[in-house]
Design a protein around this ligand. Structure first.
Ligand code: KIV
Length: 300
């Protein structure tokens, strides 16, 4: 698809909220001019057309999703869904850089946000800034995401003031799984509810351009959305948010077990298994490769 058609598609999706054509951004990954969405575009969608987000980890999948999404998150969920880790705690900066580079190469118009992995931002604001700057320089992504809250607010402010767009993540925070003792929905009790609302408020006040709200009761998600001036991106947090995100591999049905909040839009696990079984049968029966799938020597 040529650049002009892509541009038309993008404006169609954004509708009336679309930024004017003309403020072109030169991607650091490609030499051609592309209109990639950036933090101010997403922030400007508060209370408007819902923001469509999915996770992406590879170039070919990013290329498919790019035409449909406003924002692609290179989530540290990559550790679990691609690398088979039990949680996201073992994910490294190097893993995020490699996957971030792949997603930038595959996409053209969606905003790309890269997760800061566990241990790369909690120690000090300066360490967080240095690691975020490295992520952005080496991937070309437009922003980073941190699992936020009152304790990280000063770090968010430090990074934003020095030119790094930051997205927050409140509610169920997967990097805290070892403290919490599992992936559990949050905000069921009054005290936890108050704390999550304060986390979201502190994240917005610190200058984040958007905040992911994960695994909280519907009423709390709506309250956060009504309280903070930045867009809320829900995952397991109801349609009351300004946008939605899912882990792509979950919604494609690549796993047997998925959380309650995942809607499956495909059954790729069954489809891949069916294809592999058919291939194995053909190899064993020597019907693959067939005449159309082999090379022939030139006559004479
Ligand atoms: O890592 C990730 O995929 C995420 C989403 C669940 C929002 O943080």
């Amino acid at each position: 698809m040529d650049g002009r058609r892509r541009g038309r598609q993008r404006r169609g999706r954004l509708g009336a909220d679309a930024p004017a054509r003309g403020d072109l951004i030169i991607s650091s990954q490609r030499q051609d001019t592309v209109r990639r969405l950036a933090a101010p575009d997403i922030a400007g969608r508060k209370g408007k057309t819902p923001i469509v987000c999915l996770t992406a980890y590879t170039a070919p999948v990013a290329e498919i999703l790019d035409a449909h999404c406003d924002l692609l998150l290179v989530g540290d969920s990559v550790g679990m869904v691609v690398h088979g880790l039990p949680n996201t705690v073992g994910v490294t900066l190097e893993m995020m850089i490699l996957h971030g580079q792949a997603v930038m190469r595959g996409s053209r118009t969606a905003m790309v946000v890269v997760d800061m992995p566990f241990g790369s931002y909690e120690g000090s604001a300066e360490t967080a800034y240095n690691n975020a700057a490295r992520l952005m320089k080496e991937t070309g992504a437009q922003a980073v995401k941190v699992e936020a809250g009152e304790t990280i607010a000063a770090t968010i402010e430090y990074m934003v003031k020095r030119g790094i767009p930051v997205m927050g993540h409140v509610g169920l925070r997967p990097q805290s799984v070892l403290v919490d003792g599992g992936f559990k929905a949050k905000g069921k009790g009054a005290e936890e509810r108050r704390r999550i609302l304060e986390d979201a408020r502190a994240t917005a006040d610190a200058g984040a351009f958007a905040v992911v709200v994960e695994g909280v009761a519907e009423g709390l998600a709506r309250e956060i959305t009504e309280t903070v001036a930045i867009p809320t991106i829900g995952i397991g947090a109801s349609a009351g948010c300004d946008g939605q995100i899912l882990v792509t591999d979950d919604m494609l049905g690549l796993f047997e077990w998925t959380p309650k909040f995942v809607r499956r839009y495909a059954d790729l696990k069954a489809e891949i298994s069916r294809a592999a079984a058919a291939y194995a049968e053909d190899v064993r029966a020597r019907t693959f490769p067939g005449p159309a799938e082999i090379y022939y020597a030139r006559a004479g």
